[in-house]
Design a protein around this ligand. Sequence first.
Ligand code: GTP
Ligand code: MG
Length: 222
Amino acid sequence: MERQKNEPLSIFETDTLDAVLQKSRGFIKLMTYYRCAMMEIETKFKVLNEHYSLEHDRNPIQTVKTRLKSPISIREKLQRLGLDMQVSVIEENLHDVAGVRVICSFVEDVYALADALLAQDDITLIEKKDYIRSPKKNGYRSLHLIVSIPIFLANEKKEMQVEIQLRTIAMDTWASLEHQMNYKKENVFPEHLADELFACAELAHALDERMNALHKETSKTK
Ligand code: GTP
Ligand code: MG
């Protein structure tokens, strides 16, 4: 059909728009489920923080941050894996759509919080990567957990996966700055810069070790 000269341009023909809405409904629903799972995990950490502050008179958690992977990042990751952008494919293959980052005061808090979370009977551990005991080659440190947690909807219960990163303030400082400079365009650093970044990671680690030792010493005398 010939378009009239002054007729406004329509983005979708009616049937295409319906199809687009139909497809995006499933995606939006899935993202809502991930957001709910993230909220559950965030609350669990906040509850643990309250408990510690009652028991030990201090907060082991500095901040809890949540992020939902953007549709563009989801598509990029699926493309990298050679997979289709489909709701079931996302659910089965991506473990980091919902992300929770817990910034802790001391290294021992990282492990205490991870253990306390994993001991809860609605949490299932899918994968654990301890980049603190075994740091990455570039110096990156954090404890990564992929867990599954149920969310309760009106008529159903759904298990959702969440990626949790636990790290100290020093580890977070290093990772945030390194991320701004490089991450994703992996290995682009010239050797001397990579060496310097690694040295900074070791400095951050040394700071963590010394602060942790100080903390142990001061809590003994309390
Ligand atoms: P991705 O495909 O990036 O998710 O990697 P992966 O599935 O092998 O998981 P991994 O546990 O190694 O890393 C997951 C997340 O940890 C990343 O998305 C980053 O948020 C963080 N991360 C891992 N390595 C680094 C690093 O070298 N530097 C920084 N800044 N962050 C990192
Ligand atoms: Mg990831």
